[in-house]
Every structure is written in C-alpha cells, then in structure tokens.
Design a protein around this ligand. Structure first.
Ligand SMILES: Cc1cc2nc3c(=O)[nH]c(=O)nc-3n(C[C@H](O)[C@H](O)[C@H](O)COP(=O)(O)OP(=O)(O)OC[C@H]3O[C@@H](n4cnc5c(N)ncnc54)[C@H](O)[C@@H]3O)c2cc1C
Length: 313
C-alpha cells in the first residue's frame, strides 16, 4: 500500500476540523521568547469531543503532533513545526471546585490556579504563582519554585492516550522528578485534581506576593525569555557556573545571556532560533571545558531536525 503523505493527513484534518484549524500559524508570538517559524497546521479544539476527533485522525494517519501550552519553555525552530500543533482552549481552560478538590483544565493559567486556590482559602500552590505557564505544561515539566512543585498537591490527573482512551493516573503512579514526569510523555494531559489545605486567605496572599517580589528582584521579567535555560546540576547552580566562565552579557545576534540572572537567556530584539541555539551551545561548551560539567537544557526544542543544543566533541 502506498505510504500516506502528510498532505493526505492534513487534508483530512482540514476537512473534519475546519473551523478550529488554521494553516501557517506563526508560533513566535505564542512563545515567551517571541521566536520561531509557523506551524504548518495549528488546531485549537474547544471541547473533548473536538480533541478526540482530531486525535483519531492523528492516530489513523500516523501524524506527528506537538501539544502547545503557553510556550514558556520551548524553542521553536526558525522553520517552524512541520506536523500539527495542538493548543486546546475553551473547556480546557476551566478551573472549578468539585467535591472538596480543585479541578483545573490543561490550558488554565498556573497563575489563575493559584489565585483560585487563594480566593477559596486553600493553601499549597502559592510558590508556583509566578510561573508563566499553563497547568498542562506545568505538569509535563513538573514545574516548581522555592522548594515546591505542582505535583506536591496533585491528587490525580486524566491523560488522553494516543488510542483515544482517557486514563486516570494517581499521583503515586507518576514518577515525578526534577522537571520531569515520564508517564506524561505519552498522551495529552487533560484535567488535574488538587487537594489543598484550608487556611485564611490573608497569609496565602502574603506568601504569593512574596514570591512575586523575589522573582522581580532576581529575574529579568521585562524582556522575552524562557525562564531557566539549564537544569540545576548536582550540588551546584547553572547560574554560578555560567557566571564563572564570564558568559554574562555574551551575545550571538540578538540572543543574550542576561546580566541580571546568568541562567536566563533573553531575546534582546530580533533573535532567531538559530541565534538562541548557538548561544546555548556556546555556553554549554564554555562550562564543559572549564568544569567538566555538561549542563542539561530545561528548554525543549520544537521543529528541529537534530538536537540544536548538542555540543561538539
Ligand atoms: C520568566 C519565566 C520564569 C519561569 N520560572 C519558572 C520556575 O520558576 N519554575 C519552573 O519550573 N519553570 C519556570 N519557567 C518555565 C515554564 O514557565 C514552565 O516550564 C511551564 O510549566 C511551561 O508551561 P507552558 O504551558 O508554557 O508549556 P510549553 O512551553 O508550551 O510546553 C512545555 C512542554 O509541555 C508539553 N505540554 C504542554 N501542555 C501539554 C498537555 N496538555 N499535554 C501534554 N503535554 C503538554 C509541551 O508539549 C512541551 O513539551 C519560567 C519561564 C519563564 C518565561
């Protein structure tokens, strides 16, 4: 049987998912770095039914898909993404209170989740308050700050598997680690459920304000970035190692190592993905040569044919 082409699969998606699929959608504006080319196809399903229909086509046509949250932890290639990029919205952005638990859709803002909890006098998510991602992206990355992670208060979540089935995973069934959750790689994260501790709202708000203040003091929040570029190496800090190789302020094109926080790389104007990837490789190389430590990128590359962060040698 002749192999189906992407075009054939794209045609099916266009036909069946007409009103929530667009072609050649620029992805740069959908990332916090403001970098990257277009998505060949971009789908924004609004309901579980629409998402399930779309997934059926993806599976039958064996089409590559990327699930986009708020683009705060990705570097999109200058050529964009060749497959389909899926960004659920509508029903997927809801946050509700159900049977004593908070239930959040994957496309809800992490910030809104923490504010919702504070407004209900529920404590446990305050430290996550300044992370600019979605709930789905937060779970995929096991996002965290100030010694707290999103998985700490998670009770369970729903995962839409490639075969179209929804599986419920309890927290203990997911091997959450430092910025990783391996079981969540195979599927789309749907609703997640949190059990929090009752507390007066005032101290919860005070704790959230404190995290915002600390972030403003330490991080370059007024320029496009993707947060920390590298994970923390064992027993050390990426920022310290980057400073120690005199890389603060280093620049390739408009991609620059922040003067304020060395583990933040910023887009100082019109940086391309090529510039940013070259800067990441350069800094990795400098640190490796001086300290024999290979920093592991936290940021995920999207749409590259090869690993753009791999260093030579
Ligand atoms: C200024 C700044 C500060 C930051 N501070 C922190 C911090 O303190 N702590 C921290 O951990 N991170 C931090 N980050 C990084 C980032 O915000 C987090 O990693 C965040 O959780 C990513 O969420 P997102 O929605 O933007 O995901 P995206 O960047 O869109 O995607 C990240 C990954 O998640 C996957 N994904 C997204 N949604 C789903 C879904 N529904 N189902 C399956 N997979 C999905 C994507 O496919 C991708 O692989 C910061 C970033 C910035 C710009």
């Amino acid at each position: 049987m002749p192999k189906k082409t992407n075009e054939h699969a794209f045609e099916l998606v266009r036909k069946h998912c007409g009103d929530y699929v667009r072609e050649n959608e620029p992805l740069g504006p959908r990332t916090t770095w403001r970098i990257g080319g277009p998505a060949k196809l971009f789908a924004e399903p609004r309901t579980l039914l629409e998402l399930s229909e779309l997934c059926k086509i993806l599976q039958s046509e064996n089409l590559d898909a990327f699930f986009l949250g708020f683009g705060s932890n990705i570097l999109v290639s200058d050529d964009g993404a060749q497959g389909i990029v899926i960004h659920p919205r509508g029903d997927f952005s809801k946050i509700e209170f159900e049977n004593g638990e908070i239930v959040a859709g994957p496309s809800a803002r992490l910030l809104d989740l923490t504010v919702f909890a504070a407004n209900h006098g529920l404590s446990g998510l305050e430290q996550l308050s300044g992370i600019p991602g979605s709930v789905g992206g937060g779970l995929y990355m096991n996002a965290g700050a100030f010694r707290s992670t999103i998985s700490d208060k998670l009770a369970r979540l729903e995962l839409l598997k490639p075969n179209g089935r929804i599986t419920v995973l309890r927290r203990r069934e997911i091997n959450f680690g430092y910025r990783k959750a391996p079981e969540l790689r195979e599927g789309i994260i749907l609703r997640s459920f949190y059990r929090l501790d009752s507390m007066p709202a005032a101290p919860i708000w005070a704790a959230m304000r404190e995290t915002w203040k600390l972030r403003r003091a330490k991080q370059p929040l007024d320029v496009p970035s993707a947060g920390s570029i590298f994970k923390r190496p064992k027993g050390d800090f990426s920022g310290r190692l980057i400073e120690a190789v005199q890389a603060k302020g280093l620049r390739i094109g408009d991609a620059t190592v922040s003067e304020k926080h060395a583990n933040f790389f910023i887009n100082a104007g019109h940086a391309t993905a090529g510039d940013m990837a070259a800067l990441i490789r350069k800094v990795r190389t400098l640190v490796f040569e001086k300290f024999d430590v290979l920093l592991e990128p936290e940021v995920k590359p999207v749409g590259f044919k090869e690993d753009p962060f791999e260093i030579e040698g």
